[in-house]
Design a protein around this ligand. Sequence first.
Ligand code: ZN
Length: 415
Amino acid sequence: MRAFNQVFNFSINIHPIRQKREMHRSEFFRPVLSLCGRKISEANLSNTMKLRSGATIPQVSREEADRKHYLTRGVLTQMHLMPNGDPAAFDKAEDGSLIYYFDPARVVEAPPEQWYFPRSRKETRALDSGTEIERMSIKRAASCGYYTRERLDQMHYEVVEEPVAFTVKGDGTTLYFYDKKTAVRLPLACVKCGKDVRYRKKLCRACYEEELAIRRAEGDIHRNAYYGMDRKRVLFFDLELTGVYDHDEIISISIVDGEGTVIMDTLVKPAHKKKWKQTEKIHGITPDMVANSPLLDELIPEIKEIFENADNLIAYGVSTDYSHIKYIYDTEEEREWLHKKTRCCANEFVRFAHEHLPDLAHASLTDAMAVFEIEWDGVAHTSIADTIGCMKVWEKIFPNYYTEAPDNTLEEAGA
Ligand SMILES: [Zn+2]
């Protein structure tokens, strides 16, 4: 420690920037007794400890602690006091457990529920380290945040500090309580093998990889199947709306088939809405632009005919589009018929990404196009460019979507 402090002091005289760097380095090299159980034994010789709060406290002997009038937790409890912040120092008991010392200037009165118990039960006991701890009921211990080793174990905490209280069971055996605040939270175990530490989705790395490989194989069968679809009867579509709510109206419709032929690409004049300031910034369609466009009602017969001749209707995030376009039909039967034809390109991309690119954080159409190295056709984020992008992403996910199975047997139906 002293050597590093000398470096630190020395560097102050040289240069302020240098000083900062040296300070950083001394922090880095300082032998830290981590609260992590495993590191404690490795750092037995260290004389400081870094607390969870980031503070570093020194190791002191019992004599030194007495000289400084430091109090152990046991004494604090007996005095109906509790620490107001970090301990000021620590020591290690012979069995390796930690003893914290608290500065009497930094303690507060414990709340009454923690000490208002029948006086008759007051009893203390000295641990081998010399620390006195109080006898208390399990109930009172719990109100102080003290638990037995077994209970902490169940809660996935590892005890590092010496006991802070005890109780005597009916059969005369002693049960020790430990402070949960100073116990170390253990990493949770894999829910599948129960042995290794969790990595993702509550599984350890090996179990996760194993499970991912199974899901990926299933997904690949689904994606690589021969669907034998007719390019002219697979339609990709995108709507722009005045807003996100059910009462919002369609102001643009783009439909492209599996060959890339534009089937419909039109602005739509809303029947009720006069302005849509919020979404205007997103899709760039202004009230002026749609002033002379057809109303949705005028387009319905044509849209119905297009949908009639389609086997699949695919959009990137189809549920929003479906929830608005379904109103061109009056009956639930017709809407259900339409819904059965819809497919969501975003859902399929998310599944693909989960199975092949588990580190991919976002799954927008732009992300999907970037993954498959697809260039924008026309102006990015216009309705028609999005629709064509969706069509190309779909074919990357399902490379045999328009291909008949080589042996004429249908491998899997209904992508
Ligand atoms: Zn596992």
